[in-house]
Every structure is written in C-alpha cells, then in structure tokens.
Design a protein around this ligand. Structure first.
Ligand code: GLA
Length: 382
C-alpha cells in the first residue's frame, strides 16, 4: 500500500472535516487465468495487489453527505435518503450504487463524509472500480455497525456495478479485492464462492504487468453483450451456466447458433478448463505448462471471445520471441488495459527496455510496466 497516499488522503480529510477519519485500504487485483468465466459460474485465479483505493470516512453531523475524489478534484454532495444514479461515466455511481444496495437490504446508513484516492491506473484492467465499491461498503459497515459479512459486502458491491454503473460484471473483482491474501492467488469457484489460496513464489520467475494505456469506451456494452450470449446458450442447453457444459454438449447445438456465438461459448468452456489445469500446473511446479495455458487464454480471448485489441496482441506477440517469457495474455474485461506476463526474474530489466521501445515505435505512445506484489484484501488501516 502507498503510505504517502494514505497520509495525504488523511490530511485532506482532516483539513476539510476537522475530525479523525476511519481509514480503509481496498486493493485492485490481477488475474492469472480464468477470464470471462466468473459470470458463467466457473473458475478464476485472481489475487489482490498492493495498489488500490485509500478512503477516509466519518459520520456527517449534517443532513448531507460529501464525497471528494482527490484524483479528479471533484466533490459530490447528496443525502443518503434520497439518491439516484448520476450520468453514466460518473465515479459517483460507484458510491451511490453501494448505498442503494445497502438500503435494499433493509440496513440503514446515516450521512457521511469521505475523501478517497488511488494508485491503480484507471482502465488498466486491475479493477479500481471494485476496489472503490469495497472501500465504501466496508467503511459504511464499520461506521454504521451494519453487521454485514464480507460475502454480503461483495454482493452489494457487485450489484452496485450492475444497477448504478451498468456493467453486468461477475464476482471475481469484488471477491479478490475483499478476500485477497498476502503473497497468494485465489483459485475461486464462482458458483460456490469458495476459494483455495496458492502461495505465489516462483523461484526464478515473476509476474509482470504491461499496461497498453488504452481504454476503449465501448467496452461496457461489449461486455454485457458477451454475457448475454453466454446466458442465451446456457438456456438453449438447458443448464444453469456454461460451467455445466462440455465441448460435446455445445457441439450438439452447433447448427442452431451462429459461428460467432459458438466460438464464444467454446472459449468459456475451454477457459474454465484452463483455469483448473493452471492450478494443477502450479501445484506441480510446472511453470512451462502454466505459461502455455496463459498463452492459450490470450489466443481464445483474441480470436474466439474477441475482447482484445491491437496493442494487447502486439505485447503478447513480442513475448513469444523471447524464450525467457513462459506466457503472456491480456487481463481483465479486455479492449485495453494490461497484459500479465510470466517472466524470468533475470530477464525483467532487459525486456522492459526492449518492449518499451518496441511499443513506442509501433503505436507512438508509451506503455507502462508494473511489478506485482500481492496483498491482503480490503481492510482498515491506521
Ligand atoms: C471484468 C469483470 C469481471 C470479469 C472480468 C473478465 O473485470 O468485472 O467480473 O468478468 O472482466 O474476466
């Protein structure tokens, strides 16, 4: 966690509201493998990182709430008794959505003040949105003694995203951010909402992120469209979710669906298998196999699920020319954001130089490179 950021958020809060706040850190996440499987009741393999949202909150003694976003230098004011969605794209919807969902559960929050900021680059595919939602729900749970469990809290965050932000996301991001375990990734079964922690400590390799610094504006509708395709095909197969289908089951209805939709459903079935195989490869310490699965994931996301973009594909292609990199793929919802790379520790420095220059030459803009440190989930800080 960025302690300087925490200090400045706290100082800003005290300056504005003259009282000591409750401080919360809520992490972003990476995902090793298992993309677009969460809303198909499948497996994902995420981990919380040491970058995220820092929020300062306290009860308000007036009949208004104020929330200040330090990254945008913007404030919203509202009363918790009277909230409605803001225009699309407004960061305020992540906050208001959480309050609306808490209200729906018949819990009562009072007015509050909040200041927050973060160090996850927005649009990087590291889930700054889930981190923000979780910071709000955990903060309000503490301030107003709501008695919500962490599992209830992540479903509140997810519903906020569905109903106020308009993205019909799965549960991976909110789960990873809330339940992260330091130095571990979590193999999460998105049906049972049970996870198995895996220590991430590869001897000679590490995980590295490369941000394309691209954010495609159409990604929300493209995401919802894909989810709808998965649901339509599940219905045709008379199953609850694509997690329950095999490739053979899908083949039975091949003539009844378009080739595009067929490939999308096939991707989900195969990606779900890859996530399970990846956990086995990790247990066996077989990083070559893990790397192959990661490349397979990108190939499917690019060619079958069609959620990649030229910049992501370029970054992945470049790694294939380097034998010190075992696997690379786009990470998160897609259409921009980061690739995740399984790279030899000794190669990191040289590859950083190489890829920065190659990317700049190709796209005339910079990529950003982050090393990964795995952190605990959303929690109070001092
Ligand atoms: C976004 C969503 C997640 C998940 C990923 C794709 O991050 O919020 O629920 O579906 O995309 O794996």
């Amino acid at each position: 966690m960025n302690t300087d950021l925490a200090k400045s958020i706290k100082a800003k809060f005290k300056d504005t509201h003259n009282t000591d706040p409750l401080m919360v850190f809520s992490p972003g996440r990476i995902n090793i493998i298992g993309e677009h499987t969460d809303y198909n009741d499948g497996f994902v393999f995420p981990a919380a990182v040491n970058k995220g949202i820092i929020a300062a909150l306290s009860k308000s003694d007036s009949d208004k709430s104020t929330v200040y976003a330090s990254d945008f230098d913007e404030t919203i004011k509202f009363s918790v008794n009277n909230i409605a969605p803001l225009p699309k794209e407004s960061w305020g919807n992540y906050i208001l959505g959480v309050i609306a969902e808490i209200n729906k559960k018949g819990k009562t929050v009072g007015n509050f003040n909040m200041v927050f900021g973060g160090d996850i680059p927005s649009g990087s595919g590291m889930s700054s949105s889930a981190a923000l939602e979780n910071s709000v729900v955990l903060g309000l749970n503490e301030l107003f003694d709501l008695g919500l469990t962490k599992t209830e809290m992540i479903f509140i965050s997810q519903k906020a995203e569905h109903n106020y932000v308009g993205v019909n996301c799965g549960i991976m991001d909110q789960y990873a951010s809330m339940f992260g375990v330091k130095n571990h990734a979590l193999l999460l079964d998105c049906r049972s909402i049970e996870a198995k922690p895996f220590e991430i400590n590869f001897k000679d390799h590490e995980l590295m992120l490369i941000n394309t610094n691209v954010k495609h504006s159409l990604s929300d509708s493209a995401y919802n469209d894909r989810r709808a395709v998965c649901e339509k095909i599940s219905e045709m197969l008379d199953i609850k979710a694509l997690r329950d289908a095999s490739e053979d089951d899908l083949f039975e209805i091949k003539n009844k669906v378009s080739d595009e939709d067929y490939q999308k459903a096939l991707f989900v079935i195969q990606e779900n298998e890859r996530a399970e195989k990846a956990s086995k490869a990790m247990l066996d310490g077989n990083l070559e196999e893990l790397g192959k699965l990661i490349y397979g994931s990108h190939d499917g996301l690019q060619n079958q699920y069609k959620v990649s973009c030229d910049e992501l594909d370029f970054l992945v292609e470049q790694t294939k020319l380097n034998k010190h990199i075992l696997g690379a793929r786009m990470m998160g919802g897609g259409f921009g954001g980061c690739t995740i790379n399984l790279i030899e520790k000794n190669e990191v420095k040289a590859f950083k130089l190489f890829i920065s220059e190659a990317y700049k030459n190709k796209f005339n803009k910079d990529c950003s490179i982050y090393s990964v440190e795995l952190s605990d989930g959303t929690h109070k800080i001092n």
